[in-house]
Design a protein around this ligand. Structure first.
Ligand code: GCO
Length: 432
């Protein structure tokens, strides 16, 4: 069986990682704009790929590759540069981008929050402060009113695990806090913001919306495909201490209306009713299996290829993530991110020969095809990322793009792997 007709082949990016223009057209600074010493090599995201000024060229490249869809995020700081004060100029940029995508025949998919918290909101406690639910909704309303005539796909959040756990507990993502006792409050605020946003979008969107969120999906590959092996892996992925922390604690309230063990005392029945407003799909960001990270299975990473960030490359994790999410939540799955970092350079022939990414694409897309063949509703695949970009604290070292970016000149070069991906798209996954 081939991939479904209208399968949403695409690529993804986020505002902070590509836009630049950090202080233009009325935008206020975000917590990443002021991350200073936390960023490697004294770099920053202020210019990044200068996509804000080059979006037409970038959309033309997407069209050249034959992308059917593009997942990007709106930067909160362009839309609400002060508390309670909107900025029409910020909306103009996204309206133009969406129009450009539409005229290239590319379906725009909008992430509403990919970590660019305004500094004004951070100063008042950010995700620790329950008022953030209202601030977020006000922002969401402005975006949905401006774009929903042309945009159908909405993601309320990208990787809540990262912007809550890593940002407020581990302290390795902005705003770099060790506020361990605020963790459950942050989580509750995010969950309520999600549920209320889902209901709001459903109510005000000008065209019928498809709503979901993108999870940092760290799932286990089973040790065996016997019944017991399958159960053990699924259990570890969602309800063991590790799995609950990464998947179940966030998704169970949203998709099942149930609080996982850790949150039982924090969420009331009314909270759960709000949080579990029906969604249309679950987005999964998949990079590597949980097994080598937590070493609590028979899995061995020996001999497996690794990316430039030392992440184990094993395409099967995409199949198992999709299947485990589907079996637990019974919702269509959108692969919202999947990709690898590679030390790519433009060679003397003017090309970027990133063979490893080609192998990666083949491996992961074949694994996704197994899920499709088994009848799981997978609606699309967004490769991370369309462009090499600002990889948070690791700045510009890791290159995840289908398109190489020379940060000195802003020259774009389509990598060989992207040409391969273009063939996959053109044949709807037949030519792997
Ligand atoms: C994330 C983000 C992306 C990253 C990508 C590679 O998953 O952390 O959604 O912004 O750049 O995942 O690390």
């Amino acid at each position: 069986m081939a991939f479904p007709e209208n399968f949403l082949w695409g690529a993804a990016a986020s505002a902070t990682q590509i836009e630049g223009a950090w202080d233009e057209d009325g935008k206020c600074p975000s917590i990443w704009d002021v991350a200073g010493k936390h960023i490697e090599n004294g770099q920053d995201c202020h210019t990044a790929c200068d996509h804000y000024h080059r979006y037409k060229e970038d959309v033309a490249l997407m069209k050249e590759l034959g992308l059917k869809s593009y997942r990007f995020s709106v930067n909160w700081c362009r839309i609400m540069p002060e508390k309670g004060k909107g900025n029409p100029k910020g909306l103009v940029f996204y309206r133009n981008l969406v129009a450009e995508l539409r005229s290239a025949g590319i379906e725009p998919m909008v992430t509403l929050y990919h970590w660019d918290l305004p500094v004004w909101a951070d100063k008042e406690g950010g995700w620790k402060n329950q008022k953030i639910v209202d601030w977020y909704l006000e922002y969401v309303q402005a975006v949905v009113e401006a774009l929903s005539d042309q945009v159908h796909f909405w993601m309320t959040f990208n990787e809540p695990q990262v912007f809550i756990m890593s940002a407020y507990v581990l302290g390795n993502f902005a705003p770099f806090q060790h506020a361990i006792f605020s963790f459950k409050n942050c989580l509750r605020n995010m969950l309520l913001a999600h549920g209320k946003a889902v209901s709001l979008i459903r109510k005000i969107a000008k065209t019928p919306p498809k709503i979901g969120l993108a999870m940092a999906s760290t799932n286990y590959i089973p040790d065996s495909e016997e019944e017991a092996g399958l159960r053990d892996a699924a259990e570890k992925s969602f309800t063991s201490q590790v799995g609950e922390g990464s998947n179940g604690m966030y998704m169970d309230p949203i998709a099942l209306g149930k609080a996982s063990k850790m949150l039982r005392r924090k969420l009331s029945a009314e909270d759960l009713r709000i949080i579990s407003a029906p969604i249309d799909f679950i987005g999964v960001n998949v990079y590597q299996p949980a097994n080598p990270l937590f070493k609590d299975t028979k899995y061995s990473a020996e001999g497996k290829p690794k990316s430039a960030l030392n992440w184990v490359i094993d395409g099967r994790c995409l199949y198992w993530t999709i299947r485990q999410y589907y079996e637990r939540y019974h919702l269509p799955i959108l692969v919202t991110e999947n990709g690898m970092a590679n030390p790519d350079e433009v060679g003397p022939d003017g090309k970027v020969h990133d063979d490893m990414r080609e192998t990666f694409l083949k491996d992961f897309i074949s694994a996704m095809k197994r899920a499709v063949d088994e009848g799981i509703p997978v609606v699309g695949y967004q490769h991370w990322s369309i462009l090499d970009n600002f990889e948070w604290c690791s700045a510009y070292g890791p290159r995840f793009g289908l398109i190489h970016v020379d940060y000195q000149t802003q020259k774009r070069t389509i990598k060989e792997s992207a040409r391969y991906y273009a063939r996959i798209i053109a044949t709807n996954g037949e030519d792997l």
